[in-house]
Ligand binder design. Structure first.
Ligand SMILES: NC(=O)c1ccc[n+]([C@@H]2O[C@H](COP(=O)([O-])OP(=O)(O)OC[C@H]3O[C@@H](n4cnc5c(N)ncnc54)[C@H](OP(=O)(O)O)[C@@H]3O)[C@@H](O)[C@H]2O)c1
Length: 266
């Protein structure tokens, strides 16, 4: 169905991602109405004015907010969220509303300047009349969409986010224990290590966000705990100072991961 111009409501529209998407939709020509705890219309008025409502609030309150906005939306509206986990929020949107439902996870933060080249996970959950509009506006602006289920999204994110951020926290602990000053670390950094330090800095800037991504991913605990055995296996040759045995393990890993092509040395 071809759609004209309509208003888009964003709950949490003054926050990092909410503001980013408010600017994005405004630039695309759509009027945007934002709300938060202390500004904007109440949820019933927002739902009456906006056929598309996006929830972009902290993860700790996402399902509670969905529970309040969901019942205000009619069948022909679209309820979306931007949450970094998908099973819980999508389930909550389906349970709280009769509207169309799409879960989104933009795989970038509010610091990026455009959608060009950015990945977005899309979980269509109820109805199909809004999906073409959404895909078109995102793809037209250069986003790369991956359509998936909430469960698959969270399973993959258990590695991309939960395990990855957990390992960054381990590195942070190790750096603190080594007692090396951050300035000295920067002076000695390789490009790869600079990326690690940037990651750690982001993690420590938003401990609430990252703690949720690690601890609340339904597959996160097993992605982390089941990998302790790999740590122990790789540690064995390190304990012995046996570089050849470690190299064998790395070569075996490369054989098992054909898509990870050899990369030039830094
Ligand atoms: N930041 C990222 O890098 C990133 C990336 C991808 C996805 N996400 C997802 O995007 C969502 C928002 O994250 P964010 O980093 O943008 O958060 P944020 O900067 O903390 O913004 C959250 C917004 O929610 C509003 N808010 C808080 N509690 C509320 C409530 N009970 N009712 C209504 N509004 C409320 C706040 O406004 P008031 O203070 O005015 O209430 C604020 O504007 C999360 O689901 C996160 O998983 C974040």
């Amino acid at each position: 169905m071809k759609r004209g111009i309509f208003s888009i409501g964003i709950i949490g529209g003054a926050g990092g991602m909410g503001r980013w998407f408010a600017d994005f939709f405004r630039r695309a020509g759509y009027p945007v109405v934002t709300t938060g705890r202390t500004h904007g219309p109440d949820f019933a008025s927002l739902a009456a004015a906006c056929p598309v409502v996006v929830v972009s609030v902290p993860m700790a309150v996402t399902e509670e907010v969905i529970g309040k906005i969901g019942p205000c939306l009619p069948r022909e509206s679209l309820l979306m969220d931007l949450t970094s986990l998908k099973e819980g929020p999508v389930q909550a949107m389906l349970a709280a509303s009769v509207s169309e439902v799409i879960g989104l996870h933009p795989l970038f933060g509010p610091g990026v300047s455009s959608l060009s080249g950015q990945n977005i996970a899309v979980c269509p959950a109820r109805g199909d009349s809004w999906l073409p509009w959404l895909k078109e506006i995102l793809e037209k602006n250069g986003a790369r969409l991956v359509e998936t289920t909430p469960a698959r999204h969270d399973e993959v994110m258990a590695v991309v986010q939960a395990l990855n951020h957990f390992l960054a926290a381990v590195l942070g602990r190790a750096i603190a224990a080594a007692g090396i000053a951050p300035e000295e670390l920067r002076d000695f950094s390789t490009p790869v290590f600079r990326n690690r330090l940037d990651h750690l800095q982001r993690l420590l800037s938003h401990p609430d966000l990252y703690a949720h991504l690690i601890a609340h991913n339904p597959y996160g605990k097993s992605a982390i705990i089941s990998n302790i055995c790999h740590l122990e296996d790789l540690l064995a040759p390190v304990r012995e100072g046996d570089a050849a045995a470690l190299e064998d393990r790395l070569r075996a890993l490369r054989e098992a991961s054909p898509s990870l092509q050899p990369h030039p040395r830094e």
